[in-house]
Design a protein around this ligand. Structure first.
Ligand SMILES: CCCCCCCCCCC/C=C/C(=O)SCCNC(=O)CCNC(=O)[C@H](O)C(C)(C)COP(=O)(O)OP(=O)(O)OC[C@H]1O[C@@H](n2cnc3c(N)ncnc32)[C@H](O)[C@@H]1OP(=O)(O)O
Length: 359
């Protein structure tokens, strides 16, 4: 049975009442079907390459070709009805649900058994790091450096450790244009990485699943990295028209030698957890089935060691390098500021956002 105009109007109202965000892909589908149902085939000029959001919308609408208005109306009603049932009944914990108890929207943070645990908590986005999350991680690290814990652990909620920089960070362009955005992002990134360089207590990563981009490069600044055998380590910077950050242009060649560092940082080779361990980036790999139990047993034992001795040992081991790391960080951010304005980078981001390419 075809959907009537009344069904269509009801569906439009239902969309406004959805309690959970259905995600960008679905929102683009809804937009395209709505435009097709009300205006017919795409009749707008194609937006420019920097106009990511409108370009993604245009692509979605244009992809419907000459689909009749009635069919688009019917598909719109069907899609809204499937969303209303699936999203209302979803048992998945909504990111940010812990906001009140933790004071963080994108993270969960706890202090137990002498361990501060910071959990990336955007599982439906594979824990991609958006601007809010960069800010919250910095805030969490500053709090952890002053709290009563002996050590700090970073890990991810869900199947990913983190998919790295949230590529929608590129869409929020201020009135000053993309140049201003690139400048502000370079300042943010530098400040963010500085927090890891300066973190005073043992910093440990429990890499529960795949890690991409900046979530991998930062590992060179951690004191121990425990990984599930399901984890992978991927820095596809050249694919994205970008260049290394997180001090990896310096730490990776030191850790694994220039040849292996080049494979990862220049050619984007994805390493398994075992390969990352052989190359010195990962301390130890655990079977996924026992990962949590084994890692937390290990961490709780570490947390019983005298905290001042651990902190001072870290200081002795790392202090001679700090100045160099800050200089490397500044240089990497300045290079990236230029790369973010390049066609290579903007086309790669635009392809991801319009769903033409996946890693
Ligand atoms: C003008 C200048 C602005 C600059 C701003 C920059 C600020 C600092 C930058 C610091 C430098 C950092 C560099 C990096 O980290 S580079 C690495 C970036 N990451 C990626 O390229 C990964 C992209 N994601 C993917 O390829 C795939 O999503 C992935 C392989 C990770 C998983 O694929 P899978 O098919 O299993 O799952 P989905 O793709 O369906 O993902 C589920 C939903 O999550 C969204 N998602 C996942 N990762 C990201 C991401 N990195 N950014 C944005 N969104 C992400 C995905 O879109 C899905 O969402 P929907 O359900 O809404 O469709």
């Amino acid at each position: 049975m075809r959907a009537s105009q009344k069904d269509f109007e009801n569906a439009m109202n239902q969309v406004k009442l959805l309690k959970k965000d259905p995600g960008n892909e679905v929102k683009l589908k809804l937009y395209a079907l709505f435009k097709q149902a009300t205006e017919g085939p795409c009749n707008m000029p194609k937006p420019g390459v920097f106009d990511f959001v409108n370009k993604a919308k245009w692509d979605a609408w244009n992809a419907l070709g000459s689909l009749p208005k009635e069919t688009a109306r019917h598909n719109y009603v069907d899609l809204v009805s499937s969303l209303s049932s699936s999203l209302e009944s979803s048992s998945q914990v909504e990111p940010g649900a812990d906001k009140k108890s933790t004071g963080y929207e994108t993270l969960m943070m706890t202090l137990e058994d002498g361990i501060t645990k910071i959990v990336f908590n955007r599982p439906t986005k594979k824990n991609a790091i958006n601007t809010k999350m960069y800010d919250e991680i910095m805030r969490a690290l500053k709090a952890a450096s002053k709290d009563d814990s002996s050590l700090t652990v970073l890990t991810g909620n869900g199947d990913y450790y983190s998919s790295g920089n949230d590529l929608t960070n590129f869409t929020d362009i201020p009135p000053g244009g993309v140049e201003e955005k690139a400048k502000n992002s370079a300042i943010l990134l530098r400040e963010f990485v500085d927090c890891f360089i300066d973190f005073p207590k043992p910093l440990i990563a429990a890499v529960n699943g795949p890690a991409v981009g900046i979530s991998v490069t930062l590992l060179g600044l951690f004191d121990a990295v425990f990984a599930s055998d399901r984890a992978t380590f991927h820095t596809p910077f050249s694919h994205l028209g970008q260049t290394p950050e997180g001090c990896s242009s310096y730490t990776f060649p030191k850790i694994m030698g220039p040849a292996k560092a080049t494979e990862m940082l220049v050619f984007g080779k994805k390493l398994t957890a075992r390969e990352a361990c052989t190359n010195g980036l990962v301390t130890e790999v655990f079977p996924d089935s026992t990962f949590q139990k084994e890692v937390w047993t290990r961490l709780k034992a570490f947390a019983k060691l005298p905290p001042n001795a651990m902190r001072i040992s870290k200081e002795v081991m790392r202090n001679s390098e700090k100045e160099k790391l800050h200089a490397v960080n500044a240089e990497e951010c300045s290079v990236l500021q230029g790369r973010w304005l390049s066609d290579e980078c903007l086309n790669a981001v635009s392809n991801f956002l319009s769903r033409k390419a996946r890693l």
